[in-house]
Design a protein around this ligand. Structure first.
Ligand code: ATP
Length: 513
């Protein structure tokens, strides 16, 4: 089995064993691509959401929040284009009976070419050492030029065919590239068909009067239809933003990658309303700002890359993804889209109401343009969790599993451990907790030897362990152990709050942006 697969399996089982994520309704054998966040997962998820909210809403004078309902008037989805165009091209393999997204099969093929080019570049880097000029090599090496050209040609053709709704050509491309089903190895494919990803539901009791609704497939439309309400009641001036976090639902065709692709998931979106013609400036600004936010978590610059879209959605005039190096390769984590005035204009047209802004500086009315940043909360969770999970070999040759979560996001900030269950030590530990819990999530653990308790907290990602021993009774000091370095310091109980605060405060982490 490939090492990557092992790592990913380990992530999924660690998430379950330590109470982060369970399959939904597991007693009934679960529900495909739906998951529940358990006692530790819910804390980590909440902290990621809060980290985003603080950076986007609290720290920006011109961005405000919103919490729109999941159910919306059905015409919303007609106007937004989702009823007609929120489709994925699907294809079935007749031998394995497995269903795939045709575009993903082609993209995976193209990515293999990209990986071959990267391999050549890396080999050359080793061969030429300091004298290596990557740009020149990429432009002149025959193999790299060929791989790159082929990759581009494939992606451009796919974008063209999908754009023209020419599904026969998408199938032809799969056949020409001789793409085989990963499961059966056969190339016995059905035709490519479009499949709408929205979940339908009904509003109302009686069958005749019931209204067909959809569970929202994105949170963005709740922001668009409220644009003027917020602008007027908040006396907002363009440029300004509306931010929202909340559930979205998509009946994904292929959902096999744990919480990467779920059927019910959470988005954190911000729509920034700008003057028409100024959107590219804001688009570039938000691309950089969002990358900086990700980097502030310290998961490593090499794990992120931009991917500029060739295949633009029906509403966009520019779009890029921030891709993250997940255990199964680089994939989309966040999208930044310049959505033009498509959505607001469409809602004007379908509702018959004006959704325009009077710009006092220009002395004119217009429909603002929109730049959107949209990140999946669950994908953020997976990025943070998978990258933080490490197996370490220690100096004495033993190993430990440690979840090196950014301390600001850790579910529990400190565990307080009495060395023994007697001599008044548990009482002191409880007193410490009673004080710290006003400011932080803290846990108590008295079971097992202290070394094993440290390991358990390492696996949960707790940044600090505070041990109460007999000396504590004498001088009001404790040992504080740091998760990542395992270094232990003797400190005064009275100093614990400020020590923890300095490592977990959102302020300190966000200041790194
Ligand atoms: P993909 O190409 O991976 O299907 P998308 O381009 O359709 O994603 P967007 O519509 O741009 O995604 O949604 C914004 C963000 O929402 C994505 O960057 C991703 O983080 C998250 N997201 C989208 N679909 C899912 C899903 N099924 N499960 C979890 N997160 C999702």
């Amino acid at each position: 089995m490939a090492k990557q697969e092992d790592i990913f399996k380990n992530v999924v089982s660690h998430a379950k064993e330590y109470g982060f994520i369970f399959p939904s309704s597991e007693v009934y054998d679960g529900l495909s691509a739906v998951y529940d966040y358990a006692q530790n997962g819910v804390e980590l998820k909440k902290n990621i959401r809060e980290y985003w909210w603080k950076a986007m809403v609290q720290m920006n004078d011109n961005i405000v929040g919103l919490d729109a309902a999941i159910l919306m008037h059905p015409t919303t989805w007609k106007a937004s284009g989702h009823v007609d165009a929120f489709n994925d091209p699907l294809i079935d393999n007749k031998d394995s009976k497995k269903r795939y997204r045709a575009d993903v099969l082609i993209e995976d093929y193209a990515e293999k070419l990209n990986q071959k080019a990267i391999k050549e570049i890396e080999k050359a880097r080793v061969r030429f050492g300091d004298a290596f000029n990557e740009a020149e090599f990429v432009a002149t090496n025959a193999r790299v030029v060929e791989y790159k050209a082929k990759e581009r040609e494939i992606l451009e053709r796919m974008a063209r065919s999908l754009g023209n709704d020419d599904l026969a050509d998408v199938k032809a491309l799969i056949e020409e590239l001789e793409i085989a089903c990963p499961e059966s190895g056969s190339r016995n494919w059905t035709e490519v068909k479009q499949f709408n990803l929205m979940f339908g539901t009904k509003l109302g009791a009686s069958a005749d009067s019931a209204m067909d609704l959809y569970l929202r497939p994105e949170t963005a439309q709740g922001i668009f239809v409220n644009f003027l309400n917020v602008q007027k009641s908040g006396r907002m001036k363009v440029p300004f933003g509306i931010a929202q976090t909340g559930k979205a639902f998509r009946n994904e065709i292929v959902a096999r990658q744990f919480i990467f692709r779920m059927r019910e998931f959470e988005q954190m979106e911000m729509q920034f309303f700008v003057r028409p013609g100024e959107e590219m400036k804001h688009y570039e600004f938000w691309k950089e700002a969002r990358l900086k936010w990700h980097l502030s978590l310290g998961l490593g610059r090499e794990n992120y890359r931009f991917h500029d879209h060739e295949k633009l959605a029906h509403y966009a005039n520019a779009a890029a993804d921030i891709e993250f190096n997940f255990p199964f390769g680089f994939k989309e984590l966040e999208g930044i889209h310049s959505r033009t005035d498509f959505d607001l204009k469409a809602h004007e047209q379908y509702s018959g109401r004006k959704l325009q802004y009077f710009d006092p500086e220009l002395n004119e009315n217009y429909v603002p343009y929109v730049v959107e940043t949209s990140v999946g909360l669950d994908r953020m969770f997976l990025a943070v969790f998978a990258t933080s999970l490490k197996e370490e070999t220690l100096e004495d040759g033993s190993t430990r599993t440690v979840l090196k979560l950014p301390a600001v996001l850790a579910p529990t900030k400190a565990a307080v451990l009495p060395l023994v269950k007697k001599d008044g030590l548990p009482e002191i530990a409880h007193q410490i907790i009673a004080d710290l819990k006003w400011d932080f999530n803290v846990a108590y653990d008295e079971k097992d030897a202290v070394g094993r308790r440290y390991r358990r907290q390492d696996a949960l990602g707790t940044p600090f362990c505070i041990t109460v021993d007999h000396q504590t009774v004498e001088d009001q000091t404790v040992t504080i152990r740091h998760r990542d370095t395992m270094k232990q310091d003797r400190v005064k109980i009275a100093d614990l709050k400020s020590i923890i605060e300095s490592e977990v405060s959102m302020r300190n982490w966000l200041m790194k942006m």
